[in-house]
Design a protein around this ligand. Sequence first.
Ligand SMILES: Nc1ncnc2c1ncn2[C@@H]1O[C@H](COP(=O)(O)OP(=O)(O)OP(=O)(O)O)[C@@H](O)[C@H]1O
Ligand SMILES: N[C@@H](CCC(=O)N[C@@H](CS)C(=O)NCC(=O)O)C(=O)O
Length: 702
Amino acid sequence: MAERGNDDPTAPATVGGGQTAATAKIPPVQLPTRSKDGKEEVAAKQLDGNDPLRLNAASKTTIEQQRAADWDIIKKLMQHVWPKGDWSTKRRVLLALALLFGGKLLNVQVPFFFKVIIDKLNETVQAPLDMTNPNTVYVVAGSAIIGYGLARIGALVFSELRNAIFANVAQRSIRRVAKSVFTHLLALDLGWHLSRQTGGLTRAIDRGTKGISFLLTSIVFHIVPTALEITMVCGILSYKCGPTFAAVTAVTMAAYSWFTIKTTSWRTRFRKEANAADNRAATTSVDSLLNYEAVKYFNNEKHEVDKYDAAMKDYEKSSVKVATSLAALNSGQNIIFSTSLTVMMLLAAQGVMKGTMTVGDLVMVNQLVFQLSLPLNFLGTVYRELRQSLVDMETLFNLENVDVKVKDNPDAPPLRVTGGEIKFENVTFGYHPDRSIFTDCSFTIPAGSKVAFVGPSGCGKSTIFRLLFRFYEPQSGRITIDGQDIRDVSLDSVRKAIGVVPQDTPLFNADIMHNIRYGRLDASDAEVQHAAQRAKVDQIVSNLPAGYETKVGERGLMISGGEKQRLAIARLLLKDPEILFFDEATSALDSYTETELMRNINTTLLDNHRTAIFVAHRLRTISNCDVIFVLRGGKVLEKGTHDDLMARDGLYRSLWGSQSTIGIGQGAGEGEHIHEHEHSVKDVAHSDVQAQQSSVDSPRRP
Ligand SMILES: Nc1ncnc2c1ncn2[C@@H]1O[C@H](COP(=O)(O)OP(=O)(O)OP(=O)(O)O)[C@@H](O)[C@H]1O
Ligand SMILES: N[C@@H](CCC(=O)N[C@@H](CS)C(=O)NCC(=O)O)C(=O)O
């Protein structure tokens, strides 16, 4: 039986706070969050997640609650196995059950045939051949032998058929649950996602779905068949050999199960410790190897090796305990089983002596009970994995219960963009209640204009986009696009109307073509290439051996920041939304490319009269905007054109001043900075030219 090996106390996904689905009001999903120092924080209670020992320590109500929650999950799962109205699945299940019953029936026939063979041959041995009819013996014993073989083959074929037929039901359930959880995850708000680790989430789905598979298969292939076989064996024994045999079997099964469950619960701790140590070792080694350069910079190889070895030492210790406790479990199980088998043989031997039973009966009893040992040998493993599956599935189902904060109103009409005027009206917002980013903030972005937001780092420039895109809802006030409150129109239409080049471009681990096409999935190759041209991606692509088929690596790590930004712009040009948001979109580009790109963007905007919002630290990039908003302290401090703002002795002018002189103060004696100074003076000069040029390129709209 395959080990899933996921009974790990540091498992990232488990039921939070030890609560159960049945009792928790707030869905107790708990995935690891990263603490400030980058360590994974796992709530202490999580350690209890799948600990059967908890059942001993916990209060009675907790056991009951846990049981109720477990039943809840099994019931939920059974809805997939017996789905309302889905007769094709139901037929499959019924067929699988019939095969199960038939298979077990055949299986218990095997000892009967054995008995007949022995008895018949025995008769022949005991009585001289001429006393009996040898033909009858041959016929009976021969057909029993054939029956024996056929019964064995039949039992196996039935069981395999059952597996094949049920596989479809199990896999479909997994797919349904996984799809519904994944859909829900994508619907959850950004805030929720930012506070979770993606790795933890995917593992939660992975484990949860594996849990479904394990639970279903172990119930259908292990627990139910074994229980059925035990019942059949007890019935046959009491009918054929008297109730004593049945009683011995029943007591043995009870003792065996009790011992197995207790011992498994006890030894699960060692497995958890081993897994935790294994995880620690893996984390340490991955961390060290990923930060190879850092290790070398500070000659810390020994420190890393020691850390790794400490985890491996723990792993070694607990692994030894796993092995020794397994030996104890196997020995105990064997002692119980063999004792019972011996007792039954004794009873049968007495029966034979008394003449109430035949030698064939003795063999049959032995065989009937012995056959049970096969599935029972994995009882402990099945029990442990079942408990783990229940915990994993609880986590999975609880993910589905997480409330979606930013909800789409089902009856909401789509947003109709007529010019792209954006209004923030008395907006108050903070990510945390005790720290406000905007306080009663109001401003208007005129339709079709090019505006910029500037201000100190962290003043909330990117937050404007997140609110506009409805990643978050303001605590009070409203945001409108062309007079329509964005909360009253459909979320999908708002997001379709707005495009963004974010600070950090999210790229998929696919080729450049796919990544640009992501802006509009149905775009043709020619359209993608055209957008790439306008975003100056074609220059990069022409230098790459694989051209548009070059993979960008996980999260685009294989291409430079500037190249990433150009890809993001190409994507946006392809999406061609009515409202565009450029969040430091050109910060990683050199001045020349930036100017070129900005001119391209300007032309595009001009052609289509799009509303465009720019956020930039390099003020020269945005100096030609129609309106510049200077944010500070959660409000708009100044607003106007570059010239208006320069005419005033305000924050903008001082920011501009500091940017054009930044190199002088810092650069004394440092070649690098002097160079930067020269550059920035040149940049300002350049920006003036650019501003003039842009005003020629893009006459101000009313
Ligand atoms: N998801 C979040 N949860 C909590 N706080 C956040 C979150 N996102 C941003 N913040 C905080 O809100 C503030 C405003 O963030 P925002 O990204 O809008 O700033 P910004 O003006 O764009 O900054 P920068 O110029 O550095 O990009 C920052 O102090 C930031 O730390
Ligand atoms: N008889 C025991 C052990 C069965 C067994 O050998 N299980 C296999 C997996 S199918 C195993 O490797 N177990 C390791 C362990 O339990 O530590 C039981 O009922 O659990």
